[in-house]
Write a protein that binds this ligand. Structure first.
Ligand code: DGY
Length: 323
């Protein structure tokens, strides 16, 4: 990108743990201020007068922030694919470019999804608990799990990550893929994935993987009614956003063996309090929102967000625009 007339923009980066590759890329052409404390107050104080904001934290990003920056603000990019914490309508209203970082994290997030499927269906955590408490039982039907082979896998949201999961699972000899969402997806044809209504997916799937955006439509989509329609042997995986699942209902479903197990990378809130009731269940599997947390993927995200900002500052289309 090229800026006009020796323009050297000011960019604020809201988190000091942002992988350095993105910050260095910005520094080639901009004066970069990186947050010292990562606090919202520091952000509010330091964004005044900047040309670009690299919004690395998952804090609420709304009109109040944009006002605090001022009218010279030219672009904002997040470093995430999920942008449920952003008031996108406010960006549209102001015609202000908003970048985000999809696609580069598809593989890493799909890996976590498949990892949780295996861990939850084959009872990794429960077996560790049994060993820790000297309760190993020598009998053929001890700690039996569910298999991915010949199973029906339902993917709620067949976007880039959903498709990558289907690609991964093809090697597991899945019987059938189902998916639901707003529209049929061309990318699903390759996997013979069948587009079905949500409730049909719920009732038929042996594994359900949630990988859709959090919106008003998907908030608490998985509630007690839905759990009551799932197979008793089914495994629920959530690698999207915690609020898509009603956690009280999930607790009841797992405790009463209404479903077999759940594996989640996301919860509401994050972190889940250490004394949360879900953490007492042996068939509840959890990772600490690590979907995109690999060295390579976080570097790629850092670079992509930085490129979005450079494009926005030059008045060019962003690499990945959120609207
Ligand atoms: C995302 O990109 O939305 C992931 O949740 C990690 O931030």
């Amino acid at each position: 990108v090229k800026f006009k007339d020796n323009f050297r923009p000011k960019v604020f980066v809201t988190h000091n743990d942002t992988p350095i590759v993105g910050i260095n890329l910005l520094r080639e052409k901009c004066d970069v201020i990186v947050s010292e404390t990562n606090s919202s107050q520091e952000t509010l104080d330091k964004i005044k007068g900047v040309d670009g904001i690299y919004w690395v934290s998952h804090e609420k990003l709304d009109g109040k922030i944009l006002d605090a920056a001022g009218p010279q603000l030219k672009v904002v990019s997040t470093m995430s694919v999920g942008i449920d914490y952003v008031d996108v309508e406010e960006f549209k209203r102001r015609n202000l470019p908003l970048g985000y970082t999809p696609a580069v994290l598809n593989d890493a997030v799909a890996d976590i999804g498949v990892g949780l499927m295996l861990a939850a269906s084959r009872r990794f955590h429960e077996s560790r608990l049994k060993i820790d408490s000297s309760q190993w039982e020598r009998r053929p039907q001890w700690l039996l799990g569910q298999e991915i082979r010949n199973s029906i896998v339902g993917i709620v949201g067949f976007g880039g990550i959903g498709e990558t999961i289907a690609k991964r699972l093809t090697g597991f000899d899945v019987a059938k893929f189902l998916y639901c969402g707003h529209n049929k997806k061309k990318s699903a044809e390759k996997y013979n994935a069948k587009f079905v209504p949500f409730m049909e997916l719920v009732a038929e799937s042996d594994f359900i993987i949630i990988i859709c955006p959090l919106t008003d439509e998907t908030r608490k989509l998985f509630n007690s009614e839905v759990f009551s329609k799932m197979k008793k042997t089914s495994v629920l995986i959530n690698i999207a956003r915690g609020d898509i699942v009603d956690q009280d209902a999930l607790y009841e479903a797992l405790k009463n063996n209404q479903i077999f197990a759940a594996g989640v990378d996301v919860t509401s809130p994050e972190p889940l309090p250490a004394d949360h009731k879900l953490l007492t269940l042996p068939n509840f599997y959890i990772t600490a929102h690590l979907g995109s947390a690999t060295v390579k993927t976080r570097n790629d995200m850092s670079l992509l967000g930085a490129m979005n900002i450079l494009c926005g500052l030059a008045g060019e289309p962003l690499n990945e625009a959120a609207y």
